[in-house]
Structure formats: structure tokens, C-alpha cells
Design a protein around this ligand. Structure first.
Ligand code: NAD
Ligand code: MG
Length: 399
């Protein structure tokens, strides 16, 4: 047996980070943590460092006041330290579990360094798709998706060229509001949105699953990863999240990947590929009697406007996917802070998209600029909607 492969885990304190660590702890003969990053939860990061003894620990949110870690190894502080972790020489694999566009620069750096990138951070592919593929080609490394639907597609393709594929179908749970009537959606609170029926995830992606923005991000992600035209990528709602995606081939055969809704399976696949690592806990997999029947339904585009808006942004391309992502990040935060209603969240994103065009993006630097500009517009739209709803509420009783 060869030496364990070094893993740099970006976003160790998050949901994917925690799930990855539970998988990695079960396979010390295969994997060894060499670098960890976290944004602010330094206590949790310190405890992980004491346990895992990495060569590098990075706090991307900066050094907190009066910080006295128990871990005596090297620490680095500041946003750019995620790049040091992505390029760390001891890392064979970089697992990018950061949330939002903050994941893009480390994705590019890991690929430029020729690493295997196990990518959970879909926002990197949405905002920087062509540059990510360029970095992959230049560095000669590997890109393995961790997102469960894309892991499913990768597994169904099994190395076949996408020229043999006639259609991809990504599945969506439909989120907590799948069967809510339109008028009830206006009353949906952050607590309602965070109660996901099948997946236990970080707050941003959980809200994205409730608006279906997540599925639009995933359609763009699939387009970048697998090089298929948007017309050949479908989405279907599958409430129990057992079938993770389907690939139809041009000879009429269709393959699907099935399993319980746990991110442990796609994480282990991305770390171990091409091996199927023996993982005792997952042997049962899909049980047709226990896990059936498998039900599917159409996406309710009228109830979840961010699905069509996001796919349209992807299809039109240029600056628009960056704008969609940035406006969505701003609007999700405002919704979680109680400044926007569920319906207004989508409204902010749609209004912000309307202020930009599909102008091509020539360089990664331009992505950051468009991201900043779109955030400014999205914040203005958030303010405007907050004022409108205060005026609307005041109107009936106003003199
Ligand atoms: P999370 O919020 O639980 O964790 C995010 C991690 O990123 C944390 O470690 C946090 O400290 C760090 N972070 C936050 N802001 C940062 C910043 N500005 N700079 C650097 N680090 C920062 O999120 P998550 O649910 O683990 O999701 C991570 C990524 O994986 C997202 O892109 C998400 O869409 C994707 N994903 C998650 C799941 C899931 O089950 N959670 C499934 C599929 C895909
Ligand atoms: Mg997914």
C-alpha cells in the first residue's frame, strides 16, 4: 500500500468540511490532512489542528484579538491564505468546501499547481467556468466534482466522451417549499427555508435549495464540467433525493446513480477516484424495497423564478452568471437577516440581472470587478425593496 495522499481541506469548519473529515478519519491508510482553512471559527479550527496535526492552518477571516491557540504548528491569517493552502506542496488533493465566490481564486490556484481538485464550491464554476478549465489544462491536474448530482453524472459517464450523451437530467429535491401554494410562499421565514427535507447543509446552499437558485447554479456547473449544451441539460424534481442524476446516451440507454442522501459518498468518490474505496458504513447503498417508490415531477417555475432566471443567465453567458451569483449571495444574506421576504429575495436577483448584459469576460480580474458591481446594485435593490415594503405596510393606516 502506498503512503496516504495529502489533503488540503479548504472550509474545514463548514458542513462539507465536517462530512469530509468524518470520511477521512475512517481511512487513515489512504488520506492524511496536511492543511486546513476556516474563516472565523478559530476555536473549532484549533481543536481540529490538535487532532489532525496538519502542516499549515489558515484563518481566512484574519487574526482574532487575543488569540491563544493550543495548536503550536504554523498558522496563517487573512483572505489570501486560502491560496497558500490550495498550493501547499504536501497536498496531492485540494478539497474546496468554501462557500460563495471566495472559492474561485483557490480553485484556480489548486489547478494551476496541477493538484487533484475535489470541488464542492460550485460558485467557482459558475463565476469562472472558462478560466477554471484553462487552469485545469495548463496545470495538468484533475477536477472531480463533489456536488452530488455532478458526482452522479461523472460516475454514469465512467469516462465515456460527452459526444455519446444525448441528455443529462439533474435531480432536485424541490426544497422545503416544493408543494407550498404560491400565496403561502410570501410568508416563508428563514426558519422555514432552513428546514430542508432531505439534506443537512450549510445555510447558504439550504436557502438556495428553497429558491431553486441552487439548481440553476448546478445546471451552469454541469454545462461547464461536462461541456453539454444547455438544451441538453434537464432538471426534474425527485423529493426523496435517492436518484442523484441520470445520463441518457445516444443509443437510447439511460444510466442513473442512486444512494442515500449523504455527501459522504460523493466526497469519498472524489478523493479515491478511480478506486471504489471500501467504506463499511455505505455497503447497503440503495435498497429498492426500503427506498422506493421513486417519484418525479416537473419544476414549478412560476413558484421559483430564480431557477429560470439563473439558467437563462448561464445560457446567455458573459457577465450574467457572475451577476446572478453575486446578487444571489447578497439577497440570501438579506433574507437570513430578515431584511427581505422570500419573494423579495428572488426579486432582488432578477432586478439586478436586468441591470447587466452578456458582455464577455476577458480575464479573472474582470470577474472580481463584475462581482463587486453586481453586489453594489443588489444592495441598492435590497434597500429599495425594504423601503417599498415599509411604505406598503404603512399605506393602509396612513392619513
Ligand atoms: P458552510 O457554510 O457550511 O461552510 C463554508 C466554509 O467556508 C466554512 O468553513 C467557512 O468558514 C468558510 N468560509 C465562509 N466564508 C468564507 C470566505 N469569505 N472566505 C473563505 N472561507 C469562507 O457551507 P457548505 O454547506 O459546507 O457548502 C460549501 C460549498 O459546497 C458550497 O459551495 C455549497 O454550494 C457546496 N455544496 C454543499 C453541499 C452540502 O451538503 N453542504 C452539497 C453540495 C455542494
Ligand atoms: Mg447538489
Amino acid at each position: 500500500m502506498s503512503a496516504p495522499r495529502g489533503i488540503s481541506l479548504l472550509g474545514a469548519t463548514g458542513s462539507i468540511g465536517a462530512t469530509a473529515l468524518s470520511v477521512i478519519r475512517r481511512h487513515p491508510d489512504r488520506f492524511r490532512i496536511v492543511a486546513l482553512t476556516g474563516h472565523r471559527r478559530t476555536g473549532a479550527l484549533d481543536a481540529l489542528a490538535v487532532e489532525l496535526e496538519p502542516e499549515l492552518v489558515c484563518v481566512t477571516g484574519g487574526e482574532p484579538a487575543a488569540f491563544e491557540p493550543r495548536w503550536r504548528g504554523p498558522w496563517q491569517f487573512g483572505p489570501e491564505t486560502a491560496l497558500a493552502a490550495a498550493a501547499h506542496t504536501g497536498a496531492d488533493i485540494v478539497l474546496n468546501a468554501l462557500v460563495g465566490i471566495a472559492g474561485l481564486a483557490p480553485t484556480l490556484r489548486a489547478l494551476e499547481c496541477g493538484k487533484r481538485l475535489a470541488l464542492a464550491n460550485k460558485e467557482s464554476l459558475v463565476t469562472g467556468g472558462p478560466f477554471v478549465l484553462e487552469a485545469l489544462a495548463a496545470g495538468g491536474g484533475e477536477l472531480l466534482p463533489v456536488d452530488s448530482e455532478h458526482s452522479a453524472v461523472h460516475q454514469c459517464l465512467a469516462g465515456r466522451p460527452t459526444s455519446e450523451v444525448s441528455r443529462l437530467t439533474l435531480t432536485a429535491s424541490g426544497g422545503p417549499f416544493r408543494d407550498w401554494p404560491l400565496e403561502r410562499l410570501d410568508t416563508a421565514s428563514p426558519e422555514d427555508a432552513l428546514a430542508h427535507p432531505t439534506w443537512d447543509m450549510g445555510t447558504k446552499i439550504t436557502v438556495d435549495s428553497a429558491t431553486l437558485a441552487n439548481k440553476a447554479l448546478e445546471v451552469i456547473e454541469a454545462h461547464v464540467l461536462f461541456g453539454l449544451a444547455y438544451e441538453d441539460i434537464d432538471v426534474v424534481v425527485h423529493p426523496t433525493s435517492i436518484v442523484h442524476s441520470l445520463v441518457a446516451f445516444r443509443d437510447g440507454s439511460c444510466l442513473a446513480q442512486l444512494g442515500r442522501p449523504t455527501m459522504e459518498i460523493p466526497i469519498l468518490y472524489a478523493l479515491g477516484y478511480p478506486d471504489r474505496i471500501d467504506d463499511r458504513r455505505e455497503r447497503v447503498g440503495f435498497d429498492p424495497l426500503r427506498d422506493g417508490p421513486l417519484e418525479f415531477e416537473a419544476v414549478r417555475e412560476d413558484a421559483f423564478p430564480l431557477f429560470a432566471a439563473g439558467v437563462d443567465a448561464g445560457r446567455r453567458g458573459g457577465e450574467l452568471p457572475v451577476v446572478f451569483n453575486a446578487a444571489n449571495e447578497v439577497a440570501v444574506s438579506a433574507f437570513l437577516e430578515g431584511r427581505l421576504s422570500f419573494r423579495e429575495l428572488s426579486e432582488v436577483v432578477v432586478r439586478t440581472l436586468g441591470r447587466f448584459s452578456d458582455t464577455p469576460i476577458e480575464s479573472p480580474e474582470r470577474i472580481w470587478q463584475v462581482d463587486r458591481d453586481a453586489r453594489t446594485v443588489a444592495r441598492e435593490q435590497t434597500e429599495a425593496l425594504t423601503c417599498e415594503s415599509v411604505e406598503g405596510r404603512a399605506a393602509p393606516g396612513a392619513p
